[in-house]
Structure formats: structure tokens, C-alpha cells
Design a protein around this ligand. Structure first.
Ligand code: RTP
Ligand code: MG
Length: 140
């Protein structure tokens, strides 16, 4: 298995409810190491740029407004097959479809306010990590 890095975001619905520690515990229990982490408040323009791939989807406006509504915690997770491992721990996008024990099953409020983001492929992981972190901030 290859060591990978992925970009994770703890979304506003979760930071608001003080769930950062519980969510981080799930990542660490799954063998993912948090190699960088910071709390930021995205502007609507920054949130819109981050999710630009979804610009033509009907939920784009709502998603951007939500992501800029309150602070988020952005982080880089490292581990064996980190991208897939992280998405497994996150669970399905819609919490109604998420498996027992996943973050979204336990904590998500709805398909939109679903507590976490995770990169979906190596190329997007590289882009998304570079969007938030400089090389100096990444301590392996
Ligand atoms: P993410 O990118 O946040 O890790 O989530 P994902 O891959 O599981 O889902 P994706 O299809 O990339 O959608 C991005 C985010 O948009 C919101 N969404 N809302 N109202 C809706 O039907 C709807 N569908 C998606 C969610 O916050 C989702 O995580
Ligand atoms: Mg996605």
C-alpha cells in the first residue's frame, strides 16, 4: 500500500457543534496521521473557488454559502491509501446512506451539512492541499 496525503475539511456544521476532536479521533483510529491543520473562515469567493467543479450543480450556491457561514478546520491526513481510507471513514455523501460508525452517519445533519470533505483522487488531493497549505506547513 502506498503512503498518500489527502485534504480534509471539517465543515461548519461540525465546528459549530464542537465535534472537531471526535472527528479527529475517527481519523486517527483509522490510521490517518494529521500532518497539518488550521482553523480558518472562508470568504464566499474562496469557498466558491474551492468547489468550482460543482459550479453548474443546483446545490452550488447553497454549498458555497454554507462553507463560508462559519469557520472550518482544514487539514492534511497522511497514511496508507489515505484518500480511500478517509472516504471510508467519512461515509456516503448523504448520511441516510452512510454506513454505521462513519463520521457522516454519526454526525452529519443532512446531505448538504455533512460534517466533512475529503479529496476524491490523487490529482484533486494535490490541488486541494496546495489550495490551503504551503510546503513549509506540511510536517510529515
Ligand atoms: P465532499 O466533496 O464535500 O467531500 O463530498 P462528496 O465528494 O461526498 O460529495 P460531492 O458530490 O463532491 O458534493 C460536494 C458537497 O456538496 C454538497 N451537496 N449537497 N443538496 C445536495 O443534493 C447536495 N449534494 C451535494 C455536500 O456538502 C457534498 O459533500
Ligand atoms: Mg467531492
Amino acid at each position: 500500500m502506498a503512503t498518500e496525503r489527502t485534504l480534509s475539511i471539517i465543515k461548519p456544521d461540525a465546528t459549530r457543534r464542537n465535534l472537531t476532536g471526535k472527528i479527529n479521533a475517527k481519523f486517527e483510529e483509522a490510521g490517518l496521521r494529521i500532518v497539518a491543520q488550521k482553523r480558518i473562515h472562508l470568504s464566499p469567493a474562496q469557498a466558491g473557488q474551492f468547489y468550482i467543479v460543482h459550479k453548474d450543480r443546483p446545490f452550488y450556491g447553497e454549498l458555497v454559502e454554507f462553507m463560508a457561514s462559519e469557520p472550518v478546520v482544514v487539514q492534511v491526513l497522511e497514511g496508507d491509501n489515505a484518500i480511500a481510507t478517509n472516504r471510508e471513514v467519512m461515509g456516503a455523501t448523504n448520511p441516510a446512506d452512510a454506513a454505521a460508525g462513519t463520521i457522516r452517519k454519526e454526525f452529519a445533519l443532512s446531505v448538504g451539512e455533512n460534517s466533512v470533505h475529503g479529496s476524491d483522487a490523487p490529482e484533486t488531493a494535490r490541488e486541494e492541499i496546495a489550495f490551503f497549505f504551503s510546503g513549509l506547513e506540511l510536517v510529515g
